[in-house]
Design a binder for this molecule. Structure first.
Ligand code: NCD
Ligand code: ZN
Ligand code: ZN
Length: 346
């Protein structure tokens, strides 16, 4: 097949940041995606309904002229979050999910949750109203090996939270392990899991072999090849519980290429080309629509987009800029390290 038409995709996990960075990276997403679940880990974080409304307005103001794009807002769960504020923000459709960051787990997560008993009333309210909880699933215990943090989180935090809060709808964000895939598959339809573009392409060798590659460093960190294979198999399976969340997370080069480089891969620009490549290599191009365009809306109880996106395979490799120039500084686009022949038709 050399041409593939799918419903316009959505990104169910995206970092847009704010200010000059927002302005610079937003067109990279809106070019291909109709909607995105926008992560709330700004500094300071988006905690209240009023802050989410103000952030949504800043995103709308930064949109390229004439561009239709719907930001789906999230709230950053803190130990002080007010269940009534969450419910009010969800009732108007402003807020589509609440994000749980264990304190210290990732970029800008210092205000995250330490004591899960403190957020129990919010979780119970969310279960009542059907509002999904999006979870960064890594424990932060200092002694625990960074490659084991997701698997241990599932057993010691995620599963107990779900058992204690019947009816709570949960999205395991950016799963990176076979353990995550297996756990997701064993649950009912109240659990979904997003998979990023880059975790379908890199394993931990890509970060470390032949010199350290800061642009491949993200959290959760890429794992062994058996885990990448499990993610590819899950993403391309067409199963309803797995959907695309790019976790495209821009950081300026200066902060990535540093003695203490920060976590995040920027994939908004070339995600659709990369996904078509991965799905074709599995012989599962027919399931790309499910993963990128259909399963996410079904989980979030939203309609599939009526507009469409066409991908074309050509003899010449697809080209994209090595870096996006933003007012905050240059942001390096994720480089898969191999040529990709699929590109999005204008
Ligand atoms: N994924 C990352 O490596 N970084 C994200 C945070 C996150 O999603 O954990 C970021 O905000 O930069
Ligand atoms: Zn995360
Ligand atoms: Zn993220």
């Amino acid at each position: 097949m050399t041409e593939l038409s799918i419903p316009r995709p959505d990104d169910w996990h995206l970092h847009l940041r704010d200010g000059a960075m927002l302005k610079g990276v937003l067109p990279e997403t809106t070019r291909h995606f109709a909607r995105a679940i926008v992560m709330p880990n700004l500094v300071p974080p988006v905690v209240t309904g009023a802050q989410a409304a103000a952030y949504r307005d800043r995103i709308r103001a930064a949109l390229p002229p004439g561009m239709a794009f719907e930001p789906l807002m999230t709230l950053y769960l803190t130990e002080e979050t007010d269940p009534e504020d969450v419910a009010a923000a969800a009732a108007t459709g402003l807020v589509r999910a609440v994000k749980l960051y264990p304190a210290g787990a990732t970029t800008n997560s210092a205000s995250g949750v330490r004591d899960f008993d403190k957020v129990r009333p919010v979780l119970e309210k969310m279960a009542e109203i059907g509002l999904p909880l999006c979870v960064h699933g890594e424990v932060t215990t200092a002694e625990l090996d960074i490659f084991d943090r997701e698997a241990v989180f599932i057993d010691t935090v995620l599963d107990p939270i779900r058992r204690a809060t019947p009816g709570l709808r949960v999205v395991m964000e950016h799963i990176t392990t076979k353990d995550g895939v297996d756990y997701a598959r064993a649950q009912g339809d109240d659990l979904g899991a997003t998979i990023t573009t880059h975790h379908l392409i890199i394993n931990r060798n890509h970060i470390l072999v032949g010199g350290i590659k800061p642009h491949y460093y993200c959290l959760p960190v890429a794992k062994r090849e058996i885990h990448r294979r499990a993610l590819v198999e899950a993403a391309t399976s067409g199963e309803a519980r797995f959907f695309l969340g790019t976790d495209s997370a821009p950081h300026i080069d200066e902060l990535k290429e540093s003695a203490c480089g920060c976590a995040g891969c920027f994939t908004a620009t070339n995600t659709m080309s990369l996904l078509a490549h991965v799905f074709e290599a599995e012989g599962r191009l027919a399931n790309l629509a499910a993963f990128a365009s259909e399963n996410g809306p079904a989980f979030y109880r939203l309609p599939v987009n009526t507009a469409r996106l066409t991908l074309v395979k050509t003899d010449a490799p697809a080209a994209w800029p090595e870096k996006i120039v933003t007012g905050a500084g240059p942001v390096t686009v994720f480089n898969p390290g191999f040529p990709v022949y699929w590109h999005v038709k204008d």
